[in-house]
Write a protein that binds this ligand. Sequence first.
Ligand SMILES: Cc1ncc(COP(=O)(O)O)c(C=O)c1O
Length: 381
Amino acid sequence: MRPEVVEAMKPFFENNYGNPSSFHSMGLKAKQALDSSRETVAKCLNCKPSEVIFTGSGTESCNMAIKGSAYAHMKTGKHMITQKTEHHAVLHSLEWLEKTHDFEVTYLDVDKYGLISLSELENAIRDDTILVTIMYANNEIGTIQPLQDIARITKKHNVLFHTDACQGGGLLEIDVQKLGVDMMTLNGSKIYGLKGTGLLYMRAGVKIESWIHGGGHEFGLRAGTENIPGIVGLAKALELGQAERRFESKRLNQLKNYFIDNVLKNIPDTFLNGHPTQRLPNNANITFLNVEGEALVLMLDYEGIYTSSGSACTSQKLKPSHVILAIGLPYEASHGSIRFSLGKRTTKEDIDYVLEKLPAIVERLRMLSPVRLTKSEVLNE
Ligand SMILES: Cc1ncc(COP(=O)(O)O)c(C=O)c1O
């Protein structure tokens, strides 16, 4: 976590441990912190404070947007649209609605870069479509979807549009008026805030049904005593991230491109996954053919380099990533895809250290591999 975020949170673990629902002065201080955090977030998103609902994670916000819309609008229709590289917070929520409430879901294909087709999206909208949920930036391959174009289509057809923007909070534009979204999910853990914190932006007038019942917290939409330190930290992290976003995106883009160029130049049979330019500034997902991804992650770990095969949430399963399969990589090639994420503290020296260690590790693992694929075979070049 960012030290400034930890500092901002500290008083609410210590002297200001009030409950914002209490009438005494300590409760009032907590209520003031809650209100001012909501205002800070609203400024960052360019929306009204009453359009911000604090939750317990990005997963919860996605569930809330999807299941909440389903319950509120199922009399109008039971069809939703998404795409195949979404996070499981979205995919599994939709699968649950299919299984338990007879919803129909269209899972749009993506191209080799991970982008949806806008014409396919528009063609998939039906009279009974109530929600389109398409992520902002992909957590594995970094591809950024064209939210403004999607919003134009959903508006034209009068369908709600939710975006899972967990990967965008620290580095991308999150002005909801510019993006045109009706609902947007963000979380703390991706922006140097506290893990287990999140929020849902909901445009005024959008109706969803609450599915966590209890007290009237969060405008009656999310019952439960508010996590004041976490909320204060989330607001602080978002505010700092957005203030530094342009500078930090530029710095990370330069470092990331330097890293990608050198890996592809120095290690044969490697290629970049995701869009070459329309991607997160901090994400480099690279396939190393004829390498077992998990073994590569472990060997890099011995050198103090922390990477991921698949998404961090699912990488303990030895299944190829659904994202890598969706962009069309064959099964045998999908195992050697590794995600390198750069961050605030990543320097050129760090990148040079990884570039120094990587070739020998890949070479050693390739000697053990029974698979012999070439880049031209896999990419049909
Ligand atoms: C794109 C995306 N959506 C949803 C989530 C889930 O968020 P959380 O871990 O806060 O539940 C993540 C992981 O952080 C993510 O990267």
